[in-house]
Design a protein around this ligand. Sequence first.
Ligand code: SF4
Ligand code: SF4
Length: 560
Amino acid sequence: MPHFILDGKEIQFIQGQTIIEAAAKVGIDIPHFCWHPSLTVSGNCRVCLVEIEKMPKLAIACSTLASDGMVVNTNSVKALSARNAVMEFLLINHPLDCPICDEAGECKLQDYAFDHSVGESRFVENKVHKEKRVSLGTHVMFDGERCISCSRCIRFCDEIAGVNELTFINRGDKVTIDTFPGKELSNPYSLCVTDICPVGALTSKDFRFKSRVWDMSSTKTICSGCSRGCNVEMWVRNNEILRLTPRYNEEVNSYWMCDEGRLNTFKSVNADIRVNGPHIKRDGTLVKAGWDEVFALATSELKSYNKSEIAVLGSAFATCEENFVLAKFAKSVLGIKNIDFAKHEKPNSGDDILIRDDKSPNSFGAELAGIHPLKDGLNFQNIMRAIDEKKIKALYLVEDDLVSLDEDYKKILSKLELFIVHSSNFNSTTELADIVFPAATYAEKNGTWINFQGRIQKLLPAVMTVEMDRSLDGMAMSRLDKFGTEFDRWGKSKKMNARPIWKIITSLANALGTKYKYQTSEEIFDEMSKTIDLFKGLDYQRVGELGVKLNVTTLAKVKV
Ligand code: SF4
Ligand code: SF4
């Protein structure tokens, strides 16, 4: 394999790779602003200037192809002095308003100013002032003074989102970015420009001024917005989720995520309508009850129906482990055949970039974990019909707001004699329930989802529940400990009295006389890897941060 020398180190490369690309592949970061591995090269920031032996002038590493035997220096006197000069030039008109800038703490300009600039400016003239608060679209604010004209945002819109929304206007030190006349920055991925803007020029209207980045913890997890399962970082302060940002996974979402997933998936975790503790219906109203009381009631009520009168609905929002335990409970404890889950397809809402029509994160996983009708059992549509005809009298539903799918279900579900629901939030479906178990959200539990590609991916808890105080392993606790206060400014606990679905079902199965011994979702995963063909050979640790693809050939044969 051809190789070149970078700062005395041998770097192998593939023909056609630039110096910066080849270095990045082996984890060496050559300073850069405008270069991005997923965008075309523009070569305008000049920070990646390097000295190449036998070349008369410095060259930019982002557009110079690596060649066999080349000797490259990023830290020679000439390269360092050029980088210092570029930094001095970039900072001439920069407002240096780091103390009030949202990007502080994760700003390339700030980092490079520390590492590569001389620490003071020789510029004594007046700085050029530009507009500081320009709304570019529904979600993004622009600060013209902070912009270093790297063009990453323009290239993102053109090349990834596939829309020409942004462009440069004016010249020289008056240059700035703007939307094309009559257009807004309104593509479904618009907030990705805030991730790739190397400075604080583009900020999210939703997140700006909410928190300094160093006051938050971040957890590697998965977006719940559709069956793509974009890899994300979940950012939390004081047990409250403040933002999601995309996490690189070339197989799933590359560096990107959509605005809908970024803005509208996590807010239900922070919502005021969370189900905090078990509830039972008394005199037509749901009221709080103790766990033991609710388990006793659910047990005696479930025992009072014939098997053919009960149906169980799993969920494409619950984890594989939760659906697995639910399916096992339905089959071997309740002894029923009417098991299924509701699909959340929105035809033609997806695109060719990331967004999928299936608005649930785990329909593959629910099916694989055993949530489907047994022989002679009813599927979802027939279960609803049987409830309408009063043949099914008791329904056990986990983590799904059926009424939000179809208003007509309200009338049908109100015909039930017994309706048990696991839900994280109160909604139009829980209003109809007799018993509501408080479900931990995807941000409060461990587990796995399987995306539309058949990739099994891990969720990790980023927000604490009351339960987790006692049950988390040491590693997770140490990550969560630093959240600081667990109380909001009114002194109300921010930790929900909620449990993962598998845990509640384990208690219920035990109350019904079957001994389930699950202590962690990992133990359930182990059992799945012994009993489900596609999971064979997998272990929880191997799933890792980027997930593992299941055998797709076999997967295609699975009925979905
Ligand atoms: S707004 Fe940010 S990403 Fe866009 S050109 Fe300016 S510095 Fe680059
Ligand atoms: S494409 Fe789907 S999974 Fe990805 S961020 Fe959007 S909603 Fe979430």
